[in-house]
Ligand binder design. Structure first.
Ligand code: CUA
Length: 326
């Protein structure tokens, strides 16, 4: 390859490296469980790993013994016992036992949350999450890319997709569940520890599949109730004229303003979230400024156009307005 063609290639790589430098949004290891379902998955992992290691060591030990032991003749009865016992009976009993034990976990993992539990609808989009808290009287409180849950309570998630197949996965809280267009799947989570956890999309869904994070904040019941009440409030800010002038309201909703678009994320309380762009950049003034100026640069394939043509003071004003929507 000539250096002439290598340079643009390097530039593209650097751009992608920048784009994929995802924010550290919270704990995201399946081996540090903070939920009932994740606990079972971790137990299954450790039992299978330790069991497999022990059996592997025994088999390697026997192989070494067979190679090094003196070659005295074996009785045909002894040989048959070894082959039938070690080659047929042992693996059959161990594998059948593990199968029965792991299948016995399924009913607990798949059971729906009890009636009256908190219900949240999460819809996958290329490449973000619409989150709707479903109230008792059909009222919903909507936000995006962030989920707040009270600790120690079961929650029933209704999972849907707007476009292609996505997969909802918060490793520290539970297993994966596909989000399939035209179909509703469900998942029960029950967080056991207060904290901030990272969720991801676990099914390749297009260009920015890797830039589709979800923040899950698990908090005490009272803090959660305060947060939900604040989310239900309409947005208030004097800086909204610019937002409406630029036509942002065609795609985004900010409750309490004329902006009522439904194509993109609801921005009513965008300033209270950890990130914009589903984990791409922080939702503070500098982060929002960068996001507005170069969406496609930060997130390849994103549907939102860049507003880099706006004069810097206007970009700052827009970012301040959005960051102020707390
Ligand atoms: Cu959505 Cu991968």
């Amino acid at each position: 390859m000539s250096t002439k063609s290598a340079q643009p290639h390097l530039l593209t790589c650097a751009r992608f490296a920048l784009a994929f430098a995802v924010l550290p949004l919270g704990k995201g290891s399946t081996l540090e469980p903070a939920g009932l379902a994740a606990d079972r998955v971790a137990t299954l992992f450790w039992v299978l790993t330790i069991g497999a290691t022990v059996i592997w060591l025994v088999v390697v030990g026997l192989a070494l013994y067979a190679v090094s032991a003196s070659r005295r003749p074996q009785s045909p009865r002894g040989s048959s016992l070894l082959i039938v016992g070690g080659g047929v009976i042992f693996p059959t009993v161990v594998l059948a036992g593990l199968l029965v034990w792991s299948l016995s976990m399924l009913p607990g993992l798949l059971a729906p949350a009890p009636a009256g539990s908190l219900e949240v609808r999460v819809t996958g989009y290329q490449w973000w999450w619409r989150v709707e808290y479903l109230g008792a009287e059909g009222a919903t409180i909507e936000l995006a890319n962030e989920l707040h849950l009270p600790v120690g309570e079961p929650v029933e998630l209704q999972l849907e997709s707007h476009d292609v197949i996505h997969s909802f996965w918060v490793p520290a809280l539970g297993g994966k569940m596909d989000m399939i267009p035209g179909r509703r799947t469900r998942l029960r989570l029950e967080p056991t520890q207060v904290g901030v956890y990272r969720g991801v999309c676990a099914e390749y869904c297009g260009t920015s599949h890797a830039l589709m994070s979800l923040v899950v904040v698990v908090e005490e019941r009272q803090a959660w109730e305060r947060w939900l009440a604040a989310q239900a409030q309409p947005a208030t800010s004097p800086g909204e004229a610019l937002f409406l002038e630029q036509g942002c309201g065609a795609c985004h909703t900010i409750r309490g303003t004329a902006a009522d678009g439904a194509l993109g994320p609801d921005l009513t309380h965008v300033g209270s979230r950890a990130s914009v762009g589903a984990g791409v950049i922080e939702a503070d003034v500098p982060g929002l400024e960068q996001w507005l100026a170069k969406t496609a640069h930060l997130k390849p394939g994103v549907l939102m156009p860049s507003f880099g043509m706006l004069p810097p003071p206007e970009l700052t004003a827009l970012a301040q307005y959005l960051a102020g929507l707390r």
